[in-house]
Design a protein around this ligand. Structure first.
Ligand code: HEM
Length: 417
């Protein structure tokens, strides 16, 4: 196998999961590797010097991804967005009003509005509530003996929490689920019938969040949406447009990722029975390490993109202003220079500086919350169903961005009715 054998922009490259053998080749032979554009991209505009070089450098070394993520003045998340290929003008403008795609100096001003609500201390306060929700979610499958881990279990907790934090009433949770699927299932025909369906979902979310914002303006409370609509940045009130896009970001970032991390967790524990035994032998002691190892081994967000704002150099490779860089978290998480025996799934690692939550300017706002959810759901599932097993090959989402699982059947000894 050699650099160039796979196109990392092609969702089919990830059909059987992230190509860790190919990542290893890239780390070793071409850590700053030019990857051609996704085939779905429109042809380059010959008059636009940047468009001609559409495509991106795939970065696979831990140190390089840290360098790019921690220098947002040089590597922009805003220009062309952090997706692998440039969105059209209208969706691009929407994305640029999301925290994830802002650059300094504005980024931190917006981030500050929410940061306090997501600190370790604030999330610790939510623990009893998250535990109670996790218990109820697991009650829902207790008597079945078999279920779809994704639909019946992994989806529920992140969705309940993100809706509570945003102030979305329980009856509307199903809509949030459908919309976030439509918005990030763009490469999977089973999750999204067409671009039109995606546009329709975006319009529906917009209408919904505008109404919710109007309610929160009239009746302030301590939800994130209320906090946002009552904030000002640079002396300007938050607009409906900004609010709508923040709402979409939270729907997707808050639920899809944690759902996939939960599902990968159960899958990985089943694929590594000796690690699972160890975990079950002392759940309280090993669970925090197991969660970090699950996150390291199978990052739900496989790649984000940046754009160079000036000519620069990485490992001797000349990067020109306007060049794109794909940061492959899953490859960095198995970098031999950082992790001992990186291809081994080991819940007892003493040092685990994985990049699954990003790093630097855009470090995941919900990282503490996601970990708390993973802790509560695994404590509940593994205590009550220590024999839960994956009973059919998991069905993966078709995507070059997200490592998602759509369906994963599991069997376990049910609790007596
Ligand atoms: C295991 C679950 C999660 C994973 C793997 C994950 C992953 C990430 C990654 C990789 C980034 C940085 C992207 C970049 O640098 O371009 C990020 C940012 C972000 N995440 Fe998460 N996330 C998770 C859960 C959550 C949750 C539960 C929430 C919300 C409640 C959330 C909200 C956000 C937000 C708002 C940002 C943007 C932060 C910024 O730009 O300053 N995430 N996440």
């Amino acid at each position: 196998m050699k650099p160039g054998d796979f196109n990392l922009a092609d969702p089919d490259t990830f059909e059987a999961g992230p190509p860790s053998d190919y990542y290893a080749v890239l780390r070793r032979e071409a850590p700053v590797h030019w990857n051609p554009p996704p085939e779905s991209d429109p042809p380059s505009d010959p008059d636009d010097p940047i468009a001609i070089r559409r495509g991106f450098y795939a970065l696979t070394k831990h140190a390089d991804i840290v360098h790019v993520s921690c220098n947002p003045e040089i590597f922009s998340a805003r220009v062309g967005s952090n997706l692998l290929s440039d969105p059209d003008d209208e969706p691009l403008e929407a994305m640029q009003s999301m925290l994830l795609n802002m650059d300094p100096p504005d980024h931190v001003k917006y981030r500050r509005i929410f940061q306090r609500g997501f600190t370790r201390r604030m999330v610790a306060k939510l623990e009893p509530k998250i535990r109670a929700h996790a218990e109820r979610v697991v009650d829902g499958i207790a008597h079945k003996g078999e279920c779809d881990f994704v639909r019946d279990l992994a989806i529920e907790l992140p969705l309940i929490l993100i809706c509570e934090l945003m102030g979305v009433p329980e009856r509307d949770r199903g809509k949030i689920f459908e919309w976030s699927n439509a918005l990030c299932g763009f490469d999977d025909p089973e999750m999204l019938e067409s671009r039109e369906a995606q546009m329709r979902a975006a319009a529906e979310v917009q209408e919904y969040s505008t109404q919710l914002a109007a309610q929160k303006r009239a009746h302030p409370d301590d939800t994130l949406i209320s906090k946002y609509v009552h904030s000002e940045v640079n002396g300007q009130a938050i607009t409906d447009f900004q609010l709508n896009n923040f709402f979409i970001l939270l729907c997707v970032a808050g639920s899809e990722t944690t759902r996939n991390a939960t599902t990968h967790g159960m899958r990985l524990l089943c694929e590594h029975p000796e690690q699972r035994e160890l975990l079950l032998s002392d759940l309280e002691r090993h669970l925090p390490g197991a969660i970090e190892e699950i996150l390291r081994f199978s990052p739900p967000v496989m790649v984000v993109r940046r754009t160079a704002m000036e000519d620069t150099e990485i490992r001797g490779v000349q990067i020109e202003m306007g060049d794109k860089l794909g940061l492959y978290y899953g490859a960095a998480n198995r970098d031999e220079e950082v992790f001992e025996d990186p291809e081994r799934f080991d819940i007892t690692r003493s040092s685990n500086p994985h990049l699954t939550s990003g790093i630097g300017e855009h470090y995941c706002l919900g990282a503490n919350l996601a970990r708390m959810q993973l802790h509560c759901i695994f404590a509940e599932v593994l205590t009550r169903f220590p024999d839960m097993r994956v009973s059919a090959p998991p069905r993966r989402q078709r995507s070059a961005l997200f490592d998602g699982i759509k369906e994963m059947r599991v069997r376990y000894t049910p609790e007596p009715a």
